[in-house]
Design a protein around this ligand. Structure first.
Ligand code: CO
Length: 202
């Protein structure tokens, strides 16, 4: 069996590099985490949360799945949201999609993808809601727009969770944002889908 030694070597070098700059970094961080942000993003290897916003360990709480989907039946995602909001008391929830998303492409191609089709159904639902806007576009444009619309719909889903609704009712300062990342240039864009308490546009 391959032991993937190179990854252990990379890890040792990485930890050493951090300790050189800040000898107490890991010791301090091991006592508690206090991230201000929850990132809900795509599992795509090209869209790593910490690196994109250049944050260190301890600064961003992360949930990732195919195509950054938030559905009320997903206990995994909702547990992350609950822990982030109620225990860590994050101030910002960021739903971040990306152009060139394989999950979005798969939801547009109407082919059989096996088990994953159950998951893609959530994105196909977004496609249906916005069928009118999408219908006359070239495939590339359709794909880009669905990547954006999917983020906006997932922001709504986050806002509609009882977790976020209850936090807002309790007067918590909690913002929900919709962003998209361009894998061609590494740049993030705000989709202007920000929400604050009571779902008001900010
Ligand atoms: Co993706």
């Amino acid at each position: 069996m391959k032991s993937l030694n190179d990854l252990f070597e990379r890890n040792a070098a990485w930890a050493e590099g951090i300790k050189e700059k800040d000898p107490e970094f890991f010791a301090q961080l091991s006592k508690q985490q206090a991230p201000e942000y929850l990132w809900i993003g795509c599992s795509d290897s090209r869209v790593p949360a910490n690196q994109i916003v250049n944050l260190r360990p301890g600064e961003i709480f992360v949930h990732r799945n195919i195509a950054n989907v938030v559905v009320p039946t997903d206990l995994n995602c909702l547990s992350v949201v609950q822990y982030a909001v109620e225990v860590l008391k994050v101030k910002h929830i960021i739903v971040c999609g990306h152009y060139g998303c394989g999950g979005i492409k798969a939801a547009l191609d109407d082919q059989d993808h096996g088990l994953m089709d159950g998951w893609l159904q959530h994105i196909k639902g977004v496609r249906q809601i916005h069928a009118e806007k999408l219908k006359d576009l070239e495939l590339d444009q359709k794909h880009d727009l669905l990547c954006e619309l999917n983020v906006i719909e997932q922001v709504k889903n986050v806002c509609n969770t009882t977790i976020v609704q209850n936090a807002w009712k309790a007067g918590s300062e909690l913002f929900v944002h919709g962003w998209i990342y361009d894998i061609q240039n590494g740049i993030l864009k705000n989709l202007d889908a920000d929400n604050t308490s009571n779902g008001e546009k900010k």
